[in-house]
Design a protein around this ligand. Structure first.
Ligand code: SF4
Length: 364
């Protein structure tokens, strides 16, 4: 195991990111091998359990109600349907199901109770369960943990500075506070970001400073390449090059040595050769399934063919941490507190978000 360093500076990270590529790859692959089996890759399935109609203004997201995109919104998925999808994911090699709901934050009540039931149901299928539901309080994190949640995803998206250019409806500190609430339980943290939103390399390094200085560091870090969706404020962004993705993955591996680094959105734009280089550089997790919430993703059979070609094996569930116990609702020792925390709403003006909103109004 490498010693994990928690005081990375932006300058140090930039020096790593900008190294000659062969040197960067060699260093990242060496650290990867010290901390992980290089032939094992975790396969997760992302399930959108509540799609669209979100009140937030995230500039990359087609699920924000204020932008005009072609996605079909859905109310909360019934537990039985979630179970059926989880079984399908398990049969095709996934060890983790990540459930995403397009919410600003979790509200206590019937819908959250349903989500807790989904967590219990999937944990009983002996799969790792992850949720991404927006901001949560400590009590909500405890209730999720008690239901058997393995991981909670809450991305930092970018550097604190660039975050303000993408989202105006909540602050960076809210993200960190939610991660902190998750850390008060035994649920692991999944947090990463997106490249290709118009940020510069300093912002990428800034995001890695924020993630690497968390103590403990996140157990899982998704690196997404923006999928520019028509109607969103970032619709005109050019796709990131594979070389930027490889550099970002390698740098993430070096500063987060023990973390599972996940290739997430944007894989459809990457060749097999490109993905192979990302695995060599330290990526050891992917999302499977033909959709990532609302954006396209490679077909699961294609992924399995790629695994075969590269000699990769899907990671078994609970390899890194033991399976959490599920406590049934009737035996829960936590009550819903019905808290209404004051998550911030900076509401500063982001020109391109405003323009996308006006365009959407004109189309309605
Ligand atoms: S990223 Fe999440 S919080 Fe932001 S608009 Fe989309 S669904 Fe809402």
């Amino acid at each position: 195991m490498s010693e994990t360093k928690h005081n990375w500076t932006k300058e140090e990270i930039l020096d790593i990111y900008n190294k000659p590529l062969m040197e960067l790859l060699y260093e990242a692959a060496t650290i990867h091998r010290k901390n992980h089996d290089p032939n094992t890759v975790q396969v997760s399935t992302l399930l959108s359990i509540k799609t669209g109609g979100c009140s937030e203004d995230c500039g990359y997201c087609p699920q924000a109600a204020r932008y005009h995109t072609n996605i079909e919104g859905n109310d909360l998925m019934p537990v039985q349907q979630v179970k059926a999808q989880a079984l399908r994911a398990k049969a095709s090699g996934s060890s983790r199901v990540c459930m995403g709901a397009a919410w600003r934050n979790v509200k206590d009540g019937e819908e959250f109770d349903e989500v807790l039931e989904m967590v219990r149901t999937i944990n009983k299928l002996d799969m790792e369960v992850c949720c991404t539901l927006g901001m949560i309080t400590e009590n909500q994190a405890q209730r999720l943990a008690e239901a058997g949640l393995y991981a909670y995803n809450h991305n930092l998206d970018s550097s604190e500075e660039y975050y303000k250019e993408v989202i105006s409806t909540r602050g960076y500190q809210d993200r960190l506070d939610t991660i902190d609430n998750v850390r008060k339980t035994n649920v692991t943290v999944c947090s990463g970001g997106i490249i290709g939103m118009g940020e510069n390399i300093e912002d990428r390094a800034g995001m890695l400073v924020a993630l690497s200085t968390l103590n403990p560091q996140p157990e899982s870090t998704p690196i997404n390449a923006l999928v520019a969706v028509e109607g969103t404020p970032l619709e005109d962004q050019k796709p990131v090059s594979i070389w930027e993705m490889i550099r970002m993955v390698a740098t993430t591996r070096i500063v987060l040595p023990e973390t599972q680094v996940r290739l997430s959105a944007g894989r459809t734009q990457m060749s097999r050769e490109g993905q192979a280089m990302c695995f060599f550089a330290g990526a050891n997790s992917i999302f499977a399934g033909d959709k990532l919430l609302t954006t396209p993703n490679p077909d699961v059979n294609e992924d399995m063919k790629m695994f075969e070609l590269l000699g990769l094996n899907p990671q078994k569930p609970f390899t890194k941490k033991v399976q959490p116990q599920t406590v049934e609702a009737a035996e829960s020792k936590f009550e819903a507190l019905g808290e209404k925390p004051k998550w911030t709403r900076p509401e500063h003006k982001i020109e391109r978000n405003e323009a996308a909103k006006q365009k959407s109004k004109a189309l309605k």
